[in-house]
Design a protein around this ligand. Sequence first.
Ligand code: BG6
Length: 468
Amino acid sequence: RKELKAFPEGFLWSASTSAYQVEGAWNEDGRGPIAIDLKEDMPEGTSDFKDGVDHYHRFKEDIALMAEMGFRAYRFSIAWSRIIPDGDGDINQAAIDHYHEVIDELRKHNIEPIVTMFHFDTPAALEAKGGWAQRETADAFVRFSEILFKEYGEKVNYWLTINEQNMMILHGPTIGVFPADTTEQQLNQYNHNMFVAQAKTMAMLHEMHPQAKIGPAPNIAYVYPASSKPEDVIAADNYNAVRNWLYLDLAVRGEYNSLAWSIMEEKGTTPEIADGDMEILKSAKPDFIAFNYYNTATVADAPFGGGASERSEAADQQISEGEEGIYKAVSNPNLGMTEFGWEIDPVGMRMTYRAIWDRYHLPLIVTENGLGAFDKLTDDGRVHDDYRIDYLRQHLEQTQEAISDGVDVLGYSPWSAIDLISTHQGIAKRYGFIYVDRDEFDLKTLDRYRKDSFFWYQELIKTNKLPA
Ligand code: BG6
């Protein structure tokens, strides 16, 4: 291609965080615990989430740094267990006020809030009553959403329902979002209950605030067949169905992906569907699709008796291992890896954009993409994270390719605005533009420092094009 199209005017340059990973203040001002706070088996040497990076107290300082970078938007999540400490009971006014302050602070700096309503943080009290297995939890989520829309609906134009529902269902027991012994049948029921809750929430926002927009936020990964062998291509199709399209077909079209459904049927793990559910699912229409992209997946045919995975243990944990008769995960020899064993595939991001666009024709917002690395604060008070700049540049080049291919992309919100606690690898795995001075178990000063990527992103936003 000779010339790429420019990033559109008004492109939402942003970055992301989630409440339980960034806020800290886990038991302050009435916040109720979430299931992950109470997890007793954090991987060895890894911080828990209780202190985060103290964004709860320092949000004004953090938002000022985001404004200095030029952010047009900031994606964050509102903690359900702050607003309703036990998930379905009394409303905590202190929390309502807190998020008004956060949103007002953003607006003061002309930063558009992009609010995630649920980012892995089921209130512990609901979890104790059976969590997402219960329809009551879905109802409690819908009530929580209604409170958010009433309070903030006039000030927030972009809403995300559930972050990475697919990763929760595929990996929730591993990352501590759900109990380790949750069965597949139970997970499929959680999944269904979440879909119903999401659909009700989308329809409700449209009714209450027609100007506002809402969409799902799954993690989508293009799936390659390991070879041109037809059986490998079938395996890729299978994995695409259960990992990607099951989620978007339900959110956008309100129907179960027939291949994913037939795989569940064969395993005898289909969820129970109550009367009226399918009508509810059909009634909701998202305005855009938000998706998180870190890497692609490569899979091969998995005949019975042949084992389910050929990936090394270090391989990306966002890719499921596979299942005999359906697909098996393999490594892609054409790709490099991060220090944490995640494959890096910028061109795969272009394909992911195309695949989603082709299938649904809805505008897209990238709500996560980024590089987890062992950053080092140097004596000059900087982090020389040229590796992160390279990573982001390559993914943004491919974003521009996708835009030039004809895909409608509204914004880019990488992970993460500021360092925070990773899902299961502590603070050592950093993603931010802003470095936070703390270690795994020593909170140190919690001071903020601008990384080299901070200045690079600032330049990019200012000129609306990739720095030379
Ligand atoms: C996504 C999540 O899965 O990836 C984030 O939405 C998470 O919450 C991010 O932090 C990076 O994953 P990890 O495991 O490196 O923290």
